[in-house]
Write a protein that binds this ligand. Structure first.
Ligand SMILES: Cc1cc2nc3c(=O)[nH]c(=O)nc-3n(C[C@H](O)[C@H](O)[C@H](O)COP(=O)(O)OP(=O)(O)OC[C@H]3O[C@@H](n4cnc5c(N)ncnc54)[C@H](O)[C@@H]3O)c2cc1C
Length: 591
């Protein structure tokens, strides 16, 4: 059975040695943040996730959620674990102090999210959605709604959802049909059916707060007519909760995240309140969706880490065959499989992607905190543009690599990886959804090339390109680092050329640009990881007398990334330059 040890040493390396995360203490409201505080949170989060959440992961998968008479029951142990989670203040970590939160940086929350996802993704979806709802209400709702709902979401006694999807309305939210009828008292009555609603109904909290996309009677057609509404399962009136017209019609039976309830939610003249401006629902919902997209990226990372740990531990123990370079364990009947090159290829791929994503993800998280709290408006704006640019990359790259890594982890265990009791196949099944929800990865790629790249004549893109360019220039005479900067420089050159090509093509033919969007996102992501690996190698080189093995491993992994994974950039570049004709000329009926 799998166990999980939070990668606290690596998290500390990224925070303190690579990214100077203690700069966060200079931001307004984060003055108390210091190394001691962060380390103690990491340690406590590590205990909770490793000792409480992870042991429920397998049983949660086996039992799944149960639906009975409109009620959903979570698997055994989830209620008690959720209570412990709330009592520990974990739901409130990044919520504002005025609503009972701890007011800590998003960066610290990102580390917590990674640990939760490694330990038990299904569990993490409940508080994850609540925090998304908290953020959208905090930013867009009226003061009255904030006073009623935010303290309850912060302390975890109520949970949140996002209700976008309907049977005919998935990616294309303009097809939303749920109706919102205005009432004289300023509230609305909502009627419609939402499907696939995560945490839509469950037994963990006293109330569930749905954030629902719907259309008022006078609304324009399509996406411009959508508004956002807060619709509680039970309407609060002082301390009393009265049932609202919100029902659960059933739960989905799905491939993974079986302990997370995925519900059909029916609104039947349910009372709700507008959040944000009328017909500007997408803007408000995007607060939640952007946060959720980063969080889903972290799901991919968390599961990749869990799978890596399982595969590594197994590869050290499992005895099969002999090393081709000569026997390594003469006193045993065979060598451990970690001696075999192909097993090393799989483990190093997992390690290089996972640690690279962790570093890149935390860079983005720090910029997110800066974008909210820095005293200088220009710095805030630059950071915000960087986060907007990189959000689709984090979502799609991390989840694609998360799936690749969990699949490799299963392969390392051979047939035992395919057997349920061993836990590795659950990670593959659980991670697969992350490529789909919160906007499929194909849609993330379109967002990158269609919305983010053209912004302000390429200004968003420059927030990523300039740091990489400056770094390569600074390091051009660093001979020791040349084995890392050389490959990065080549890949970066290709990314720049590909960006020009996509931008020019997009002006003439949006379809031609869209055809290469996924390849472009992957190329962007590989360069981003390459940049992080160069900087990690630079740090590691400063510790030539490393007794712990930590820096030695970093250097070896950096080499593996540069020599074995980054070269994919050249085939991606070729595919991008080949354009779209081979994809678009085949008639639909000839498929
Ligand atoms: C377990 C689970 C949990 C979920 N949780 C929630 C939730 O909490 N709240 C919620 O509202 N929804 C939720 N969803 C819904 C999820 O976000 C959608 O399934 C997803 O956005 C895709 O929509 P769809 O399934 O209708 O696919 P479609 O939109 O029908 O897409 C089908 C395929 O076509 C592609 N495609 C569609 N349009 C385009 C385009 N314009 N260009 C290129 N490709 C395109 C897509 O990428 C995809 O590959 C959940 C789904 C699942 C399975």
């Amino acid at each position: 059975m799998l166990t999980y040890t939070p990668p606290i040493r690596d998290m500390q390396f990224v925070l303190y040695e690579l990214l100077d995360a203690l700069q966060l203490s200079q931001l307004e409201g984060f003055e108390e943040v210091n190394r001691e505080l962060i380390d103690s949170i990491l340690e406590e989060a590590g205990k909770l996730t490793g000792e409480v959440l992870q042991p429920l992961n397998h049983s949660g998968d086996e039992q799944g959620c149960q639906f009975n008479n409109g009620q959903v029951t979570t698997p055994e142990g989830f209620k008690a674990a959720y209570r412990q989670f709330c009592e520990g203040g974990w739901t409130a970590l990044a919520c504002e102090p005025e609503f009972g939160g701890s007011g800590l940086p998003k960066t610290i929350n990102t580390l917590l999210e990674e640990m939760i996802c490694s330990a038990n993704l299904s569990f993490g979806i409940y508080p994850g959605l609540s925090f998304g709802a908290y953020s959208a209400i905090s930013r867009y709702a009226s003061d009255d709604l904030k006073q009623i709902y935010l303290p309850k979401l912060a302390d975890g006694s109520w949970s949140g959802t996002m209700c976008l999807t309907e049977p005919q309305c998935g990616t294309d939210l303009g097809l939303c049909r749920t109706k919102a009828q205005p009432q004289e008292d300023g509230s609305f009555k909502l009627t419609g059916n939402k499907i696939f609603i995560s945490a839509g109904e469950h037994d963990l909290t006293d109330n569930i707060i749905h954030l629902v996309l719907a259309r008022t009677p006078d609304a324009p057609e399509g996406i411009k007519g959508i508004s956002l509404f807060l619709v509680p399962k039970k309407c609060p009136d002082g301390d009393t909760l009265t049932d609202n017209q919100v029902g659960c019609g059933g739960i989905e039976h799905k491939m993974g995240i079986k302990a997370s309830s995925t519900c059909q939610i029916n609104f039947d003249d349910a009372t709700g309140w507008l959040v944000g401006d009328l017909h500007k629902g997408m803007r408000a919902m995007f607060t939640m969706m952007n946060q959720a997209r980063l969080a889903v990226g972290i799901q991919g990372l968390g599961l990749a880490e869990a799978s890596y740990q399982g595969a590594r531990d197994y590869a050290r123990e499992r005895l099969q065959g002999r090393a081709l370079s000569g026997v390594k364990a003469p006193d045993r009947p065979a060598d451990p499989i970690i001696v075999h090159p192909d097993v090393r290829r799989m483990l190093l791929t997992q390690k290089a992607y996972t640690e690279g994503c962790r570093a890149f993800g935390l860079w983005v998280a720090i910029q997110l905190d800066i974008s909210r709290k820095h005293c200088d408006k220009t710095v805030r704006q630059d950071a915000d543009e960087f986060v907007q640019l990189t959000t689709p990359v984090v979502k799609a790259l991390f989840t694609d690599l998360g799936f690749e890594c969990t699949n490799l982890g299963m392969q390392v265990l051979g047939g035992h990886g395919f057997i349920r009791e061993n836990g590795m196949e659950q990670l593959v099944r659980d991670t697969r959804i992350a490529q789909i929800y919160e906007g499929t990865n194909g849609i993330q790629a379109l967002d990158l090339i269609g919305r983010k790249m053209p912004q302000k004549a390429g200004r968003y893109l420059r927030h990523f390109f300039h740091p990489v360019q400056d770094y390569l220039e600074q390091q051009q005479n660093n001979a020791e680092l040349a084995e890392f900067t050389g490959p990065l420089s080549k890949a970066f050159g290709r990314l720049q050329k590909a960006s020009q090509q996509v931008a020019l093509t997009g002006l003439k033919s949006p379809e031609a640009a869209a055809a290469v969007a996924s390849d472009y996102l992957r190329l962007f992501g590989l360069v981003a990881l390459g940049y992080m690996w160069c900087r990690m190698a630079e740090q590691a080189l400063q510790h030539p007398d490393d007794d712990s093995g930590f820096y030695t491993a970093k250097l070896h992994t950096a080499r593996f990334f540069m020599q074995k994974l980054l070269p994919q950039n050249s085939s991606l570049f070729a595919s991008i330059m080949a354009g779209e004709s081979s994809m678009m000329e085949l008639e639909s009926e000839h498929f």
